[in-house]
Write a protein that binds this ligand. Structure first.
Ligand SMILES: Cc1cc2nc3c(=O)[nH]c(=O)nc-3n(C[C@H](O)[C@H](O)[C@H](O)COP(=O)(O)O)c2cc1C
Ligand code: SF4
Length: 438
């Protein structure tokens, strides 16, 4: 393991992670000692429109993957419409490789609760939900405990801190489906239906939960809000880059010495992140990586110095996504990795639309054939053709995301495919594993 240089260490910007190592960081007493709920007191003295403006000025963009400007989203909620408004926090975190929201909710759940209260006040919502995936039992327990503590202290419920603002906050556990992270499928699931995406328009801003105006935001987005309220828009913008402002939790996994969460200003590079993580594991050289989970096109060792912000990654031909960098070495096979991801998308496809439901099914079968040493050159064209029929033709982003690693691995690592097809690489799957693609 190598030690990061001081100038690289200085790039760590613990904001959302700053309390994580404090003893009992998840308890309200610790949280309050460390500035907790000070932002709420400040926010409740401001006009809700001024809070929306503050978030717009900060340049905060959604941390759930698409990077939509948060203040703009809040501003879409119609006011004076006489309908109930809802805030829904997306805590599903199902994107493979992503591990930033669950540790945040485990270590510092009150920052999410506080952010949810401020956001609800800004959009004039009196009911908010945190939709957390069912498997995340430990994080849900911490979150429910934090919500109970906040009720007991008068931060939630009726007449919060004597301001006349009421808010009920409900933690709802989903059943554990990747598609329920897609915001409209999440809303259907929350309403008690099978989680499948809704046709848009209308958008959740006008027809969301129970057909009422709704903001859906990621955990990291909402947990950033108290920091922005206390620190101000200029302070937030002092981190990150011009169009991708602020601090971001990067989750690093794979062939590095110290996998985990590293919080830095947006725009840090993978080279710097690997240095922060103590370097690659001994004997491993970087071969490919995802900048933002398995739904984002693979990058290679050529891209070590790409700024990991929304614009920088897009310019390199990929997507910043959830900043889940999964790091693979020359001892890993991009064909096999892509196959494993495709098994995931095939399993998680909700089945609503044909391109994704059928396309992923067929691509899994083609990969199995290639990995069993029975692939043909034509299979590579079939894969690209199938991706062409999924990308942009699917009902939601799951289908698009499934094609990312297929097309990018074929772009950068065609030789690895040919090595299986032409017999230079030993088959990875047996004949028995060829069947059973259901
Ligand atoms: C298949 C799929 C899964 C998604 N999963 C998540 C998720 O687990 N968490 C999340 O915040 N956003 C997820 N999203 C993005 C959401 O639809 C939505 O854009 C996000 O919650 C908006 O919040 P933000 O503006 O704060 O980023 C997913 C999108 C798709 C297409
Ligand atoms: S793209 Fe896939 S997950 Fe999305 S609606 Fe179609 S079948 Fe369902």
């Amino acid at each position: 393991m190598t030690t990061p240089r001081p100038e690289t260490l200085a790039k760590l910007t613990p904001v959302l992670t700053k309390r994580w190592l404090s003893p009992d960081a998840w308890r309200i007493g610790t949280y309050e000692k460390l500035d907790g709920y000070a932002a709420l007191r400040k926010a409740l003295k401001a006009h809700p429109d001024d809070l929306i403006q503050l978030v717009k000025d900060s340049g905060l963009r959604g941390r759930g993957g698409a990077g939509f400007p948060t203040g703009l989203k809040w501003g879409f909620i119609p006011q004076g419409d006489g309908k109930p408004h809802y805030l829904v926090v997306n805590a599903d975190e199902g994107e493979p490789g992503t591990c930033k929201d669950l540790p945040l909710m485990t270590h510092d759940p009150h920052s999410l609760v506080e952010g949810a209260i401020i956001a609800s006040y800004a959009i004039r919502a009196n009911r908010a939900y945190i939709y957390i995936r069912g498997e995340a039992v430990h994080a849900a327990r911490r979150l429910r405990n934090a919500v109970n503590e906040a009720y007991a202290k008068g931060y939630l419920g009726r007449n919060i801190l004597g301001t006349g603002f009421d808010l009920e906050l409900v933690v709802h556990s989903g059943a554990g489906a990747y598609i329920c992270g897609e915001e409209t499928a999440l809303l259907d699931s929350l309403e008690g239906f099978r989680g499948q995406p809704r046709l848009r328009p209308p958008f959740p801003a006008t027809h969301g939960l129970y057909a009422s105006p709704t903001v859906v935001n990621n955990v990291g987005t909402i947990a950033s809000v108290p920091h922005i309220v206390l620190g101000g828009a200029d302070w937030w913008k002092s981190m990150g880059t011009e169009k991708s402002a602020g601090s971001m939790i990067y989750s690093l996994s794979g062939r590095i010495a110290n996998p985990g969460q590293y919080e830095c200003g947006l725009g840090i590079t993978l080279r710097e992140l690997i240095e922060l993580a103590g370097g690659m594991q001994p004997g491993h050289n970087l071969k490919f990586w995802t900048p933002g989970g398995s739904s984002t096109p693979l990058l290679t060792a050529e891209h070590l110095d790409v700024p990991l912000d929304f614009e920088g990654v897009a310019a390199a031909g990929s997507i910043l996504g959830t900043t889940a960098t999964q790091i693979f070495s020359d001892q890993d096979c991009p064909v096999y990795a892509t196959y494993r991801w495709l098994e995931f998308y095939h399993h998680e496809s909700c089945g609503k639309c044909t391109p994704c439901r059928e396309g992923n099914y067929w691509m899994v079968r083609v990969y199995r054939r290639i990995l069993a040493g029975q692939g043909t050159h034509e299979d590579l064209d079939t894969l690209l053709d199938t991706c062409d029929n999924i990308l942009g033709r699917s009902f939601c982003g799951l289908g698009d995301g499934a094609t990312s690693s297929v097309t990018s691995s074929l772009k950068y690592f065609k030789q690895d495919y040919l090595d299986y097809i032409e017999g230079r690489t030993a088959p990875r799957l047996s004949d028995k594993q060829l069947v059973g693609a259901h």
